[in-house]
Design a protein. Structure first.
Length: 223
């Protein structure tokens, strides 16, 4: 009887420790989830304000100065930026989804994340460099003012996304088991933080891709 009681008392602290660890992991994942969604929501307000300014000035068209002749972003800038951001977001989203479900190898995820990182980095650089060769001056028209105000911010978002993906890539490259769901460390706090960051990045890259589509429509499709 004494052995039974002793065994039960020994198991209780272990069960409490596992329970507390699970609560800590859930709280960590929740913090990353909430933080990334909050940042997406704040960023959405920023781009919503820019979109409102675009349509307000477009509708106002004071003295016919909404858009002067020849003001059009180069297709050699707008199209590559659109393709790179959408392709990079789709690639990272899909392979991160597979990684979380335990249906992909760590090497596949690393390759996909590396390619996505390069895609967003290239998109940001192309956008910034392209603006230095354009004829858009903020005071020349409402269209030019919107373009000059919005697109550098979007380029910074692309570069920020590339940095986020690079940190995930570098971490997974050093500690390969954080990508796998079959290793003994899958319940560790280290993997919990890695997965939380990856889930947050998954939502953010989709947001940046959607913003890229929106800006392409505003500046390259709508006349």
């Amino acid at each position: 009887m004494a052995d039974v009681v002793a065994g039960g008392s020994a198991q209780a602290p272990i069960s409490d420790e596992l329970h507390n660890a699970e609560i800590e992991r859930a709280a960590t994942r929740g913090a990353y989830w909430s933080g990334s969604r909050l940042f997406v929501a704040l960023s959405a307000m920023l781009y919503a304000s820019a979109t409102f300014a675009y349509f307000y000035l477009h509708g106002l068209n004071s003295s016919g100065l909404w858009r002067t002749d020849g003001q059009q972003p180069s297709d050699f800038v707008s199209v590559p930026v659109l393709v790179l951001t959408v392709a990079g977001a789709a690639l990272f989203w899909w392979y991160t989804r597979l990684m979380l479900a335990g249906r992909t190898e760590s090497t596949d995820w690393l390759v996909a994340t590396g390619v996505s990182c390069v895609a967003f980095l290239t998109a940001g650089i192309v956008q910034l460099v392209g603006m230095t060769h354009s004829d858009f001056f903020p005071g020349s028209s409402g269209y030019a003012s919107c373009y000059v105000a919005i697109m550098p911010v979007f380029a910074i978002y692309c570069l920020g996304t590339a940095y986020w993906l690079e940190t995930l890539f570098a971490r997974a490259l050093r500690v390969r088991w954080v990508v796998s769901d079959e290793k003994p460390g899958r319940d560790s706090s280290e993997r919990t933080m890695f997965v939380g960051s990856a889930v947050g990045a998954k939502a953010f890259v989709v947001f940046v891709a959607l913003v890229s589509v929106l800006l392409f429509v505003l500046f390259s499709v709508i006349s």
